[in-house]
Design a protein around this ligand. Structure first.
Ligand code: DGL
Length: 280
């Protein structure tokens, strides 16, 4: 009887495990800033990253085009047997998240909601600034998400030059400083006390953006919030992994060598295991 009880207790304690990978995608390198946080919050997970380097930037493309690319990437990731997909791209989240969630059965999460939530918590004067690509800003996804949860004034600024600047690595140049000033000043004039980095490329400009901000302005990078959200979903759905030596695989639609060279800046560690693939 005692033995049976022991077996039953052990069974109850044993958590279900799912060692299938998590899929993460972006138009290019930006999503690596999110992946880098996911590695910290979920250190036992296998991760597969897809960077759509043949089609970057997404920010200036139409909604239908971004939806088409996103569907193809999600289908590819599902073929790799991922258990959950993170859209590590604000533009693709803004344009494609509801369509993807409707079309595919697998859990799919985007970066906008988690970023919106923490910006509300951070803002004391209830004036929040959003910077992002033209696509994200024109979609008004951030103001919509924020105003679903709180009555807050939201001011937006599209920063179309930021993605090429970051992709080319012009982070500490004088002209970058001037461009940052040009984009940020209209938000500062509105007396915002919180700015959301509404594009996963922008964390690389954090330091230079901070130089333009008074100490009382909070900068929100949604990478941490999305990682926590992913963890919560995995716990809730009993999908957590326990890999001692998790793998990271990278796929790109073009130029794997450039991805290896520049990706380091976004991911914070060397990128190996890259394959170029053609999506139909
Ligand atoms: N990193 C992407 C985002 O968060 C978009 C960059 C782009 O391709 O324009 O919006």
């Amino acid at each position: 009887m005692k033995e049976l009880l022991n077996i039953m207790q052990k069974k109850q304690k044993k958590k279900p495990i799912n060692n299938n990978p998590i899929g993460i995608f972006d138009s290019g390198f930006g999503g690596l800033t999110v992946m880098s946080e996911i590695c910290k919050v979920l250190p036992y997970e296998n991760l597969i990253y897809f960077g759509d380097t043949a089609h970057v930037p997404y920010g200036s493309k139409s909604q239908n085009t971004v939806i088409k690319f996103s569907k193809e990437i999600v289908s590819f990731l599902i073929k790799q047997k991922v258990k959950l997909i993170v859209i590590a791209c604000n533009t693709a989240t803004a344009f494609a998240l509801p369509v993807l969630q409707k079309k595919f059965k697998i859990p799919i999460v985007g970066v906008i909601k988690p970023g919106a939530k923490i910006s509300i918590l951070a803002s004391k004067n209830k004036k929040i600034g959003i910077i992002g690509t033209e696509g994200t800003i024109n979609s008004k996804s951030y103001p919509k998400e924020i105003n679903k949860l709180a009555k807050v004034k939201v001011y937006q600024q599209a920063c179309p030059l930021f993605v090429p600047i970051v992709e080319e690595g012009f982070i500490n140049c004088e002209f970058t400083y001037a461009i940052v000033q040009k984009y940020i000043q209209p938000l500062l004039n509105k007396k915002i006390d919180t700015i959301v980095l509404g594009c996963t490329h922008y964390p690389l400009l954090k330091n230079i953006i901070r130089k333009h901000l008074a100490g009382n302005i909070t900068l929100i990078d949604s990478a941490q919030a999305i990682s926590q959200e992913v963890k919560n979903i995995l716990i809730e759905k009993n999908l957590l992994a326990n890999n001692d030596k998790p793998y990271f695989k990278f796929y790109v639609s073009d130029n794997p060598l450039k991805f290896k060279k520049i990706g380091y800046r976004f991911f914070g560690r060397e990128i190996t295991n890259i394959k170029k693939i053609d999506l139909e």
